[in-house]
Design a protein around this ligand. Sequence first.
Ligand SMILES: [Zn+2]
Length: 401
Amino acid sequence: MYKIKFPRIYDHHSHLSLHLLFACCPDFSDCRNTEEVRLKCRELDRSSVNVGTGWTGLLDMADKAFDDLPPLAVINSSWHGFACNEKAAALLGANGVIVEPKTAREKEMALPGLLRFFSRRCSPQSLRHDILKSETAKLLASWHKKGIYGAEDLMCVLPEEAVALWPAAFRRSLFFSAEAANGGEGDRKLPPPKLKLFADGALSARTAAVSEGYLQGEKGILIYGDRELTQIFSVCMKNRRPAAVHAIGDAAIEQVLSCYERAACSASAETPFPLRLEHCQFIDEEQAFKAKKLHITLCMQPNFSADSLTYADRLGEAALKRNNPLRMLIDKAGFVPGEDLLFGSDGLDCGSATALQSALFPPFAGQRLSVEELKAGYRADPQYGFAELLVDPDKKSVIYA
Ligand SMILES: [Zn+2]
């Protein structure tokens, strides 16, 4: 076992606003019957949609008992969808939010749609300013302890007044979801300052577009058609707006690269807009060289190397081995940590201990990173101080000292 002083890190893929929103919303995960739900709703706003968290599926939101409650949409425990009562359904539907997703693609688009709708209508008051303030302080203090000095928010879901409470290093880079702009508010014409798109789904839902498919038979999904995606990239190109595209599977990465290339070609005279690929866990060698040539930045999560173990129940051996090919990207395709290869946590298991453990002790050798590479990719900076970490090579673990 040895001790290491690790400079505080900048998390390039994080979800501060989602964590805060969920911390401030009523939590329904402990509700066992309709009466307990009703009790929690006593102080909610009757004139607009209220968002809650922790829907477990034990109760049916279509139950008549919920009809006279304020409009209520409750996000499920896996953060992958939501259930709502009739009043909320009517309000959301009228604003273009997908309430009853019929396809996997619609399902992927529903939650960002709800969050975007909510963020535009909620004020810090309706979020209870006092709670928001204390939750912000609490969360940032815990991140500081975990060795984080700043972060990019990859799907900002809070209004400006709420974001104003954050230190500058957390406000510098905010991305806004494009899927959520489907509500007819015209965002497609002028994308937000930094655009976040989803090209495929997630491994947890077996919707990430991994070309081998899943052991259970699913193939994964592409959210956009080629024409639609090229069109979005052309708009970004014209307005010089940076975009970050969530693309986990190689089929999604392939689509993003070819649509970007097409959009860049047709905009001949202009220099392409800055594009970032988020996660790109199943990028292959050919795609890596192409991305490098197109000056695309990759933002990856060293902690997702563990997916090679976590998802052994759904991915074949070959796919598990292809996950997070960090050595190929650095040694063969020439990506440089801190320049065009950035690291972040995706907010689930953030902090320098998890990052270092994932870098030093991944499931496969091709996922290993040196301490220096990790520091560079996370833009670790001693001027923000250090986290003291204990590395145990025998247990293959890193913990805070
Ligand atoms: Zn994310």
